[in-house]
Write a protein that binds this ligand. Structure first.
Ligand code: BMA
Length: 251
């Protein structure tokens, strides 16, 4: 049966990029949205949401974010969209950098789910934002790819463990998306002046010949959270413009 009550959602990393676009969509659907992020949201999209400052490396802050979101009642939806990208092979990556990427991208998801799952209603859902780089990767993204692979495996583990609580857990695996994270990578590799050109060039490697808008990933997240996805759990959904469907062989 369709649950028509207003949903209560908590979004880690909801101040920018995919998390912000998800916050906007869920708020537009009438959900109560709490954003947990190190930075305040920018722009008016998230005007309808609450914000709590949260460094996902700190367990006490993650627990405080969950407490803040559950002040008015249990949670329905949890989204983990916090992430950073550092570059380098295993040999080039300092241990401290590897640890930081894991802490923000993957350990933070563990902390968020650990704190939130006991507060999620039966019928609730979790979406973790992983990456196509969990399945196939570019050169020089060892720490990032490992962290995104962790999220995928964690998704399956939680889906199996919490099916009995009627909580569904899924992952989304985006290709290249126009977000502040990807823009700062484009700046790093192509320089500020060639930013748009670099994004276009990255977009060209996807069969759809462009990078995604954050909303295109957020729509998938909103679907996976919704009751329309009631039989979907432990799954990974690619939204990658065909990137992983394509072989690099040119005719
Ligand atoms: C994302 C990020 C982007 C990259 C894309 C496709 O997760 O790593 O920088 O362009 O994957 O590889």
């Amino acid at each position: 049966m369709q649950d028509t009550r207003n949903k209560n959602a908590l979004i880690f990393g909801g101040s920018s990029g995919i998390g912000q676009a998800t916050a906007a969509i869920l708020a537009a659907q009438g959900a109560t949205v709490t954003i947990a992020d190190v930075r305040r949201p920018v722009g008016q999209d998230t005007a309808t949401s609450m914000y709590i400052e949260c460094d996902v490396c700190e367990e006490v802050q993650v627990r405080a974010a969950v407490r803040c979101a559950t002040e008015t009642g249990p949670l329905d939806w949890l989204v983990y969209s916090t992430g950073i990208q550092h570059y380098g092979s295993v040999v080039e990556t300092p241990v401290a950098e590897y640890d930081l990427v894991q802490a923000i991208n993957a350990r933070g998801a563990f902390l968020a789910c650990q704190a939130a799952i006991p507060e999620i209603r039966r019928g609730g859902a979790i979406v973790l934002v992983s990456s196509v780089q969990a399945l196939a990767c570019q050169e020089g993204v060892a720490a990032y790819a490992a962290s995104k692979g962790t999220l995928e495996a964690l998704t399956r583990a939680m889906a199996v463990d919490h099916a009995k609580d009627n909580i569904r857990v899924n992952a989304v695996l985006p290709g290249t998306v126009d977000t502040p994270m990807v823009r700062s990578s484009a700046e790093r590799f192509g320089g500020v002046a060639a930013l748009e050109q670099t994004l276009q060039q990255w977009g060209d490697s996807h069969p759809l010949r462009r990078v995604a808008h954050a909303e295109e990933i957020a729509n998938l997240i909103a679907f996976l959270l919704s009751e329309k996805a009631s039989f979907i759990t432990g799954a990974s959904y690619r939204a990658d413009g065909g990137l992983l469907a394509q072989l690099a062989v040119r005719l």
